[in-house]
Design a protein around this ligand. Structure first.
Ligand SMILES: Nc1ncnc2c1ncn2[C@@H]1O[C@H](COP(=O)(O)OP(=O)(O)O)[C@@H](O)[C@H]1O
Ligand SMILES: [Mg+2]
Length: 236
């Protein structure tokens, strides 16, 4: 459904992604593991059209999207939960949430999605008029996920959902991811450094190192991979 075909990107003259090929099928959950600076966020920005490939292409539902502007790509069904949630701290949870439905004109549909989101995140409904700036790190992360759901996407990109969160909160975030997987037919591409957690919710994964995919396989294959164990699972 979503495919990067031999994608290379550069910032100026500096190569970042090198011949990256990955794919994501409808309803599937896939993780992309990689150290700081490996190019993970750049890969997501490339999917969203914010970074243009110097070679290769991004294909979504059979259409090359890598030349489209970001708003058109987002409109076509790809939502993102950015690394730093990108919320508006002075606005209410409600207004932050509704930004996810920016491209939906049908008010009834928006209301329906809001109700569904309240089922997954009851606390958001209770605090809907509170300002987003008053939320804890974990709550902000959840609101970022909720906002992405308001777009009713076919694909949700999540940039390091566990980053900067306490272990118990990381568990809560991954429980939410697990629920979304169960209840919705959304394909998830989860960027993570927490391989233990990521591999527990996805079917497959890739490892990105210095801009290249160096390992790929099922979650089980990645669990048992020497490189993944040494670099991400702290197994000696
Ligand atoms: N806008 C930019 N201009 C120039 N270099 C950048 C820019 N954004 C990121 N980089 C560099 O590209 C590399 C990959 O960054 P990034 O994709 O953010 O990595 P990751 O998300 O895996 O930590 C890093 O060396 C980073 O410093
Ligand atoms: Mg990043």
């Amino acid at each position: 459904m979503l495919e990067l075909k031999n994608v290379s990107t550069q910032y100026g003259q500096i190569p970042i992604l090198m011949n990256v090929s990955i794919n994501l099928e409808a309803g599937e959950a896939v993780c992309l593991l990689g150290a700081n600076g490996a190019g993970k966020t750049t890969l997501l920005k490339t999917i969203l059209g914010m970074v243009k490939p110097v070679s290769g292409e991004v294909v979504f539902n059979g259409q090359v999207i890598s030349k489209l502007p970001p708003h058109q790509i987002i409109k076509s069904g790809i939502a993102i939960v950015p690394e730093r949630e990108g919320l508006f701290p002075k606005l209410s949870l409600e207004n932050n949430l509704l930004m996810g439905a920016y491209y939906e004109e049908d008010k009834a549909k928006i209301q329906e999605r809001v109700k569904e989101v309240f089922k997954i995140f009851p606390w958001i409904e209770k605090r809907i008029h509170q300002k987003a700036g008053t939320l804890s790190g974990g709550e902000r992360k959840m609101l970022g996920v909720a906002r992405a759901l308001l777009a009713n996407p076919q694909v949700m990109l999540m940039d390091e959902p566990s980053l900067g969160l306490a272990p118990a909160t990381v568990n809560e975030v991954f429980t939410v991811i697990q629920n979304i997987k169960k209840e919705k037919n959304i394909a998830l591409l989860i960027i993570e450094q927490n391989a233990q957690k990521a591999l527990s919710v996805v079917e497959r994964g890739y490892v990105l190192q210095k801009g290249s995919i160096i390992v790929q396989g099922t979650s089980e294959e990645l669990y048992n991979d020497d490189f993944v164990q040494k670099s991400y699972l702290c197994v000696d």
